[in-house]
Ligand binder design. Structure first.
Ligand SMILES: [Zn+2]
Length: 230
């Protein structure tokens, strides 16, 4: 908390180690950034996402394609940075992560027939409490790189779910199931669903299910990070 407060007061210090940032550094100095664990290629990331989700949901990977920039480790600098993005008001970080993720997605070819970008929504009460949705910020950054529109209103959260942190795999599934609803007609669309971190994939799977029930033809996913096997 102290660190985040410092960053708000002094935006030119690293969010993690508090060293002064160089002019080309944003939020986090390059030595802290070097401890992030990026995937080498988008295909490598897609395989890890696939394995993570399949290991929790059986053989079926409920997505057309999947992209993700980093492996997420507990107590890492990346965790600290993502936490600030989510809870400490540093929402521009989300846009920046989204833009970089988008550029990286395009580095291995095009993204096919994806028509629009849909962030995983927060319940309206949670959104009011936090004043922004970090996934929406990531989606906005992705839109800048991918040149596709963001349609935030397509998906809504019907239930106020408890935080997934600390829940078991089963708990996460029950907590997320039926939590979402496609609010508008998505018939025939290929939607890119966006969240910050994929842990078991329960939230993404429930959101994708709602989009499919709303008529979406294909759902792909993009996240900043996927939890590494500890
Ligand atoms: Zn640093």
């Amino acid at each position: 908390m102290r660190e985040q407060l410092l960053h708000l007061l002094f935006p030119y210090v690293c969010l993690v180690c508090q060293k002064l940032l160089l002019p080309d550094e944003e939020y986090c100095c390059s030595s802290c950034k070097e401890t992030f664990d990026p995937f080498r290629t988008p295909s490598e990331a897609e395989n890890v996402l696939r394995q993570t989700i399949v290991s929790h949901f059986g053989e079926h990977f409920p997505f057309e394609r999947g992209w993700c920039r980093y492996q997420f480790h507990k107590k890492s600098a990346l965790q600290q940075v993502l936490h600030s993005m989510k809870y400490e008001g540093l929402f521009n970080l989300g846009t920046s992560f989204g833009r970089q993720l988008g550029e990286w997605m395009l580095s291995e070819g095009d993204i096919g027939d994806i028509e629009c970008i849909v962030p995983v929504p927060l319940h309206r009460l949670k959104r009011t409490e936090r004043s922004y949705n970090q996934s929406e910020k990531i989606a906005e950054g992705l839109a800048q790189s991918l040149k596709r529109p963001v349609h935030s209103g397509l998906l809504v959260r019907k239930r106020y779910t408890v935080s997934q942190t600390g829940l078991s795999v089963e708990g996460r599934k029950t907590n997320s199931e039926g939590a979402f609803l496609a609010a508008k007609d998505v018939r025939g669309c290929h939607v890119l669903l966006v969240d910050d971190v994929v842990t078991t994939g329960a939230t993404m799977a429930a959101a994708a299910q709602a989009l499919r029930e709303g008529g979406a033809e294909k759902v792909s996913l993009a996240a900043v990070a996927v939890a590494a096997k500890e």
